[in-house]
Design a binder for this molecule. Structure first.
Ligand code: GLP
Length: 238
């Protein structure tokens, strides 16, 4: 695992965008794994500034989605990805995939999602944020390190953290679909970005703690090409 520490969140975004742009220009990044949350926003904004036909030709797969929010609900991850990724980067919406949290058969939707990733040839570069409890995607603590895309129940701490995007915590769905840790580990390269003191403990547990399902991001210690890109505060417990 590589750890890069920079002065600000803006630099974290620029650095991660630079890695992605180099992969795109070398032809090694054709399928991008995209994450929601505030941490990756600086990456998408930096990529937007470097928009090119090659960048806009990328396919993308989102990590996760709430169950029970319509795709046009502004806080559904389908809507967030459309706003922050598809529109900014000029991607073809037909090549941008988000798990179907509105499917009648959620288990089948999860299998379909895994099949779609496989059919696309896998994910070349996966962008990740990290939750304060060490989750990646919505793989909450105790997630199997080998898990695949599936339905998960959100912890109340995660619902409280994400309540800032909703009128109040009762509006935050309790269930989600998320790529599993095993799915994420198959991405050829992983870039995890984190900013701010609130993430410092989760980052330290992921990088220096034991490999443990109680800190799902610690599974990245086993990934051959994982880089944590951090601002000084997020790195302050290392
Ligand atoms: C959500 C997302 C995660 C994200 C996390 C942290 O729970 N499912 O993918 O990493 O939030 O978000 P933020 O970057 O806003 O702190």
């Amino acid at each position: 695992m590589q750890v890069v520490v920079l002065d600000s969140a803006a630099e974290v975004g620029e650095y991660a965008a630079g890695v992605i742009l180099r992969g795109v220009s070398h032809g090694t990044v054709k399928t991008l794994g995209v994450a929601t949350g505030s941490s990756p926003l600086a990456i998408y904004k930096a990529l937007e500034r470097h928009r090119s036909p090659e960048l806009s030709a990328l396919s993308a797969f989102a990590l996760d989605e709430y169950v029970g929010l319509a795709p046009d609900h502004p806080e559904s991850y389908a809507a967030v990805i459309r706003r922050e990724v598809t529109d900014r980067l000029g991607l073809d919406p037909g090549r941008v995939h988000v798990p179907d949290g509105g499917a009648a058969d959620l288990a089948a939707a999860c299998l379909d999602y895994e099949a779609a990733i496989k059919a696309a040839g896998g994910i070349d570069l996966q962008i990740l944020g990290i939750g304060r409890n060490g989750h990646i995607g919505f793989n909450e603590p105790t997630s199997s390190l080998a898990s695949r895309t599936r339905v998960k129940t959100l912890m109340s701490a995660t619902r409280r953290d994400n309540a800032r995007f909703f009128a109040d915590v009762t509006q935050v769905p309790s269930l989600c679909l998320t790529q599993g840790l095993g799915t994420i580990m198959e991405a050829r390269t992983v870039l995890l970005v984190a900013n701010g003191k609130a993430k410092a403990q989760a980052v330290a547990r992921a990088v220096e703690g034991p490999l443990a399902s109680m800190c799902p991001a610690s599974v990245l210690q086993m990934h051959p090409h994982a880089t944590f890109v951090l601002d000084r505060e997020a790195a302050s417990d290392l």
